[in-house]
Every structure is written in structure tokens, then in C-alpha cells.
Ligand binder design. Structure first.
Ligand code: FES
Length: 99
């Protein structure tokens, strides 16, 4: 089942917004004109990434400062798992997720 998240026309560079889908908090952002959808939970200790700083393609969690490369989600020199990236889906003029 397709769950729409945002209209494509609104996905400008720098876009960032969180959504609740079936009990999961998701973060949709646009980097280099590419939409990325991830679980809004830092793999280190679970902080929300909605307020993480983004510098180039490095997303830095605000809680303890661990950095993750985007779009891979791989942590930069940190002993924790990578970000959980999800597959986006498209329907009509919307981006969303298949659940
Ligand atoms: S919770 Fe994100 S760096 Fe610790």
C-alpha cells in the first residue's frame, strides 16, 4: 500500500521533514536533488535526526556528534551501525513509501 508523504513539487534542495507512518518516525530530506528517506532515529542512541546538522553530504547527529555520510548512511569513524535508509516510492505527483 502506497502512503504518500509529500508532493514532488515541494521537494526543493534542503527540504527536511518528519512523518509518522505506521508507528515509525521517518525523515525525508533532499540532498543534491535526491530525496532520501530514513528512519528518524540515530543508530547510536536513538536521537531524532530531524535537527541533525547537514554539512555537504555529512549528517551530524546533535546528541553525541556522530557523523554519517549521505546517501550511504555509513558512519564516519564511529563504532555504530549505519543509518536505516528506506526505499521511496512514487505515485502520481507524490513521493511516499510502500508499506
Ligand atoms: S544518539 Fe546520535 S550520536 Fe549518539
Amino acid at each position: 500500500m502506497f502512503v504518500p508523504l509529500e508532493r514532488l513539487v515541494n521537494l526543493d534542495e534542503g527540504y527536511r521533514r518528519t512523518f509518522q507512518v505506521e508507528g515509525r518516525s521517518l525523515l525525508l530530506l533532499v540532498l543534491d536533488n535526491q530525496p532520501l528517506l530514513l528512519i528518524d532515529s540515530c543508530p547510536h542512541k536513538g536521537a531524532s535526526l530531524s535537527v541533525a546538522t547537514l554539512s555537504g553530504n555529512i549528517l551530524r547527529c546533535q546528541r553525541h556528534g556522530i557523523e554519517f555520510q549521505l546517501p550511504s548512511g555509513i558512519p564516519v569513524q564511529a563504532p555504530c551501525p549505519g543509518l536505516s535508509l528506506l526505499k521511496v516510492a512514487y505515485e502520481g505527483d507524490c513521493i511516499g513509501i510502500d508499506v
